[in-house]
Design a protein around this ligand. Structure first.
Ligand code: CP
Length: 339
């Protein structure tokens, strides 16, 4: 996002080069210290939510307000209708409008369009294509920002990178454990995929702890292994939480669906119930090196992570939430200032 190369969209962390990530984090740090200017006066960002949000919506609204701009918030449940993402379809189904037309129209009013798309939840092979995000990027005439799709949550990754740097300093060679946790309401692996890429690109040695059948997306893992090889970092997956936690500088807790049973609710529930104790507690934290605890929230207390850990001195969860604001202000500022 330097003046020389401004990416059109921000749908995953890979849309930014290492240099651009540095630029975003550097400006975010300056904004957080109070060196802030209202740079986006007169610019409006459209926020389209097809799923609920607490932090992402609030932090983006406040970010634009603090930059002198505005947001327009549209909730699919109440403010507009289903949109067709697939091209060349006979549109005689539920969706009365194509993203192509909605994107072209909204591009006349706003400087960027941020999307949190719906997940059909029937087939991982389908949802992993992030068709809605792709369609918006294809048809929008202004930058599209991904506010969390099936595969990626890049806004969270920027805040998490800033938080990691503030807490650990240099990240190269530090040990990050991503730990699957028990929950009756797991999420897509989007946050974990983005954190995996962010950590490896920063040169961290990453372990992903999860029960059998909860592997991350195959293609994401393949790319992650390539990145690890290129950065001289290590990536190990599929171990028990306690094994993974040994020597870790940070444990990132998160519950995600089994991609093997994705869309098969009763099978997924049975498998989830069988997993036993996948909760980050003092015993897990003590296995690391002054281990920090991260979670993007919402977090189920005493099921995913104990109260003692979440409220303890090594919990970074509120720093992560707080850093959504400066990182998004920075990203929006760099993305839109020339728009
Ligand atoms: N972490 C995160 O994206 O939170 P919300 O779902 O509340 O936006």
């Amino acid at each position: 996002m330097s003046a020389a190369r401004q990416p059109a969209h921000f749908t995953r962390l890979e849309d930014l080069s290492d240099r651009e990530i540095e630029d975003v984090l550097d400006l975010a740090a300056r904004l957080k210290r109070g060196v802030s200017r209202a740079e986006l006066a007169g610019i409006t960002v459209g926020l389209l939510f097809f799923r609920p949000s607490l932090r992402t919506r609030t932090s983006l609204e406040v970010a634009m307000h603090q930059l002198g701009g505005h947001t327009v918030n549209l909730n699919a449940a109440s403010d507009f209708w289903e949109l067709e993402a697939r091209d060349a379809r006979l549109m005689d189904g539920a969706a009365p409008e194509h993203i192509k037309d909605a994107a072209a129209a909204l591009s006349c009013y706003v400087g960027a369009i941020a999307i949190r798309p719906a997940l059909a939840g029937k087939s991982w092979a389908v949802d992993r294509k992030d068709e809605q995000i792709r369609s918006w990027t294809q048809h929008s005439r202004v930058p599209v920002i991904n506010m969390e799709s099936a595969l990626w949550h890049p806004l969270q990754a920027l805040a998490d990178l800033m938080t990691l740097r503030e807490s650990l300093g240099e990240l190269q060679g530090k040990r990050l454990t991503i730990a699957w946790t028990q929950s009756p309401t797991p999420s897509s692996p989007s946050v974990v995929h983005s954190m995996l890429m962010a950590g490896l690109r920063a040169g961290m040695n990453v372990r992903v702890a999860h029960p059998p059948g909860f592997d991350l997306d195959e293609e994401v893992l393949r790319n992650a292994r390539n990145i690890a090889q290129g950065r001289g970092a290590s990536l190990e997956t599929g171990m028990e939480m306690k094994t993974a936690a040994e020597g870790s500088h940070v444990i990132y807790a998160r519950s995600w669906w089994s991609l093997e049973t994705y869309g098969k609710a009763s099978l997924a529930a049975q498998r989830g119930a069988r997993q036993g104790h996948w909760c980050v507690d003092d015993g897990v934290m003590e296995l690391g090196q002054d281990t920090r605890l991260m979670h993007c929230m919402p977090v189920r207390r005493n099921l995913e992570v104990t109260d003692r850990v979440l409220d303890g001195p090594r919990s970074l969860i509120i720093d992560q939430a707080a850093n959504r604001l400066p990182t998004q202000k920075s990203l929006l500022s760099l993305l839109l200032r020339n728009g």
